[in-house]
Design a protein around this ligand. Structure first.
Ligand code: HEM
Length: 134
C-alpha cells in the first residue's frame, strides 16, 4: 500500500500498521479523561455500539479531511442526536481530540509536524462544522 499524501489518512494508516483495533485504546482514554462517560453507554451490547460509533466517526473524519463525499455529514447529524443521548456538545467534540491523542501516542516519533498541523486544523474545522449544526 502506498503511503497516503493526506496527513490525516496517513496517521490512521501508520496506526493501523501498529494496532489492529483502536477501539480499546480510544475508549480507555475517553473513560480516563472523562470518567462521567463510563456510565453513558448501555450496559448490554455496549461493545457493539462503541465499536460502531468509533468506526463511523473515523469514516466521517477521513471524509471530512478528504473528499467530502458524504460520510462527513454524520458529524452534523450526530451532534443533534447526541443531545438526545445527553452528551454535551463539548464532550461530543472532545471525542475527536481523544482519537487524535490516541493516534499521537501510537505513532510516537512518526507523529510528524505535518500530521500534527493537519490534526490541529481539522479539530478547529470540525468544531466549527458541528457548531453550525447545533
Ligand atoms: C465523548 C463523546 C461521545 C459520547 C459520550 C457518545 C455517546 C454515545 C452513546 C451513549 C451512544 C449509544 C446510544 C445507544 O445506546 O443507542 C452513542 C452512539 C453513537 N454515536 Fe456517540 N458519543 C460521543 C461522540 C460521538 C461522535 C463524535 C460521533 C460521530 C461523529 C458519534 C457517533 C455515534 C453513532 C453513529 C452512534 C450509533 C452507533 C450505532 O449504534 O451503530 N458519537 N454515542
Amino acid at each position: 500500500m502506498n503511503a497516503s499524501s493526506n496527513p490525516i489518512e496517513n496517521s490512521f494508516e501508520i496506526a493501523a500498521s501498529r494496532c489492529a483495533d483502536l477501539t480499546p485504546l480510544v475508549y480507555q482514554r475517553l473513560f480516563e479523561t472523562h470518567p462521567e462517560t463510563r456510565t453513558m453507554f448501555r450496559s448490554q451490547g455496549s461493545e457493539l455500539v462503541m465499536g460502531s460509533m468509533l468506526a463511523l466517526t473515523i469514516e466521517a473524519i477521513l471524509d471530512f479531511a478528504g473528499e467530502h463525499r458524504g460520510p462527513f455529514r454524520l458529524i452534523a447529524c450526530e451532534v443533534v442526536s447526541h443531545d438526545g443521548y445527553g452528551t454535551p456538545r463539548e464532550l461530543f467534540i472532545a471525542f475527536f481530540g481523544i482519537i487524535r491523542d490516541t493516534l499521537r501516542e501510537l505513532l510516537g516519533n512518526e507523529w510528524s509536524p505535518d500530521i500534527a498541523q493537519a490534526w490541529d486544523t481539522l479539530l478547529v474545522e470540525i468544531d466549527a462544522f458541528a457548531g453550525i449544526a447545533a
